[in-house]
Design a protein around this ligand. Structure first.
Ligand code: AMP
Length: 471
């Protein structure tokens, strides 16, 4: 991609980049505009955040930590082991597995020449990396299935817009070694329960692509049909028709959608065995009361899928929803494609920026099920002596397991009490000059305003007692 850009004359490139920036500004999400619009008042230009990238700032810390903990708890409960693969990989890993003709490989990969001349890239997804690691570490000889979970950044040179970034974070699970409908159902259940644990009601859109042979037979039929309707297709789909006709099924253009209403459906081209397998997956989902809708145009963008494919949408978005929170499916040929022994596999990935954006919206509306837990105690100090003493007392409290908020940047009692109110703490500890000399501290009940003087040595016990739930 970089090599392609360098071939263009520099002047022309600048003009076209400017045009793109202007055009795309209108579709950037509101939150991103706020984050990127920091005014630069003095001393030279502040380097800008790269387009499509986001900083993780403390206001979102609670969401990120909750997502990580939820992913970790759930993965452990279902027996998935953590895998952490590098962000840089050989570019060929993705070209071979995702396939030429896919948007990710053709347009979105960050490919670089390494210092030693090798072609490397920032990983656009982690399934292929997991498959590579499975082979590299000889995991075929372990008891099957081998189950991984991962959590980390992915990179795609996509057109930034709401819910679409160039660096984004995925939580995903992969299961290698067993070709059973129950494995597909378990993966769907983990993805569904992850979002459910976060208070999100979702719906699974599901389809089957059958075996590579089923898919090939269908492709011939579909291509034949689409050729007869070529003149009605959008320009992008005319190109897709040549390069990767299955992708036409993903097109949201109303004219293409109209053409697709009459198109042959993949389910009719599945072998009896593939159909039976798919029915079994649906039976398990029924058993688990996981809501799903059959989506016969769902094919997912990547070459490696076989049998089950699925995407997860917020329930309220219903039919015609634009952006999936996650997706996945089965990929029985993937390990073999990378030179390993034939080994079935299946997995999913959920985009966490999209999940956080839903949670943030719900928080603003007061409907979010997950609530941030604020510290129960604020520590206020007055004067230099008290500040020094406070450092010790805070450390003792922390070691004793009492988490206390404070603000050493504020020196007035008023400012500190305002902060305590904002944090909605139940108690404040106040330490002034007099208390330092007496070896005491004041504990103030923030609701009643009642204050109590305690010995500094008994501060931890006194706070613990007050914070104990009343029976
Ligand atoms: P995929 O790896 O394409 O199957 O995507 C799985 C999930 O990752 C999607 O449903 C999104 O939630 C998320 N995702 C994919 N691409 C992006 C992107 N460019 N920006 C943000 N999230 C993304």
């Amino acid at each position: 991609m970089i090599a392609k850009m360098n071939k263009k004359p520099i002047k022309k490139k600048n003009i076209s980049e400017k045009k793109i920036v202007k055009k795309e500004k209108t579709v950037v999400a509101k939150n991103d505009i706020e984050e990127n619009n920091v005014q630069n008042k003095g001393g030279g230009r502040t380097p800008a955040l790269l387009r499509g990238m986001k900083d993780l700032v403390p206001k979102d810390e609670f969401f990120w930590k909750t997502l990580y903990r939820t992913a970790e708890n759930l993965s452990e409960a279902y027996g998935y082991g953590l895998i952490n693969t590098p962000i840089l990989e050989e570019a060929g890993l993705f070209v071979r597995t995702l396939g030429k003709g896919t948007d990710v490989v053709d347009k979105e990969m960050y490919v670089f020449e390494d210092l030693d001349g090798g072609k490397i890239c920032l990983r656009p997804e982690a399934t292929a990396s997991c498959a590579r690691a499975f082979i590299n570490h000889g995991m075929q000889s372990l008891p099957q299935p081998v189950k991984f979970w991962y959590y980390g950044p992915m990179f795609r040179h996509d057109r930034p817009q709401a819910g679409r970034y160039r660096q984004f974070t995925q939580f995903g699970c992969e299961s290698f070694g067993v070709h059973e409908a129950v494995v597909d159902a378990e993966l769907i259940a983990v993805a569904y329960h992850f979002l459910e644990d976060l208070g999100l009601k979702t719906n699974i859109h599901i389809n089957s692509l059958g075996t590579p042979e089923d898919r090939q037979n269908y492709l011939v039929e579909l291509t034949g049909y689409l050729r007869t309707k070529r003149s009605y297709l959008c320009e992008d789909c005319k190109k897709r028709l040549v390069k990767n006709p299955l992708r036409v099924l993903d097109c949201k253009n109303p004219e293409c959608q109209a053409v697709l209403t009459e198109a042959p459906q993949i389910i009719e081209w599945l072998s009896e065995a593939s159909k039976a397998y798919f029915m079994k997956v649906l039976e398990y989902l029924d058993e688990l009361s996981i809501p799903y809708v059959l989506q016969n145009t769902l094919v997912r963008g990547l070459d490696y899928y076989t049998d089950t494919v699925f995407e997860i949408y917020l329930d309220e978005e219903g039919e015609g929803a634009q952006s999936a929170l996650g997706g996945g499916g089965r990929y029985n040929g993937l390990i073999e494609q990378l030179g390993g022994r034939p080994t079935p596999g299946a997995g999913f990935a959920i985009g966490l920026e999209r999940v956080i954006s839903v949670l943030r919206k719900q928080t603003d509306e007061g409907t979010c099920k997950i609530k941030e837990v604020f510290p129960a105690v604020f520590f206020a100090q007055l004067g230099e002596q008290a500040r020094k003493k406070a450092l010790h007392l805070l450390e003792n409290l922390r070691k004793g397991g009492v988490i206390v908020a404070h603000s050493f940047g504020k020196s007035s009692l008023k400012g500190q009490m305002e902060m305590a109110d904002k944090l909605k703490v139940r108690y404040s500890v106040i330490l002034g000059q007099k208390e330092v000399q007496d070896g005491t501290a004041i504990i103030r009940d923030m609701e009643s305003g009642i204050q109590e003087i305690v010995d500094q040595k008994k501060l931890k016990n006194a706070l613990e007692k007050k914070l104990q739930p009343k029976v």
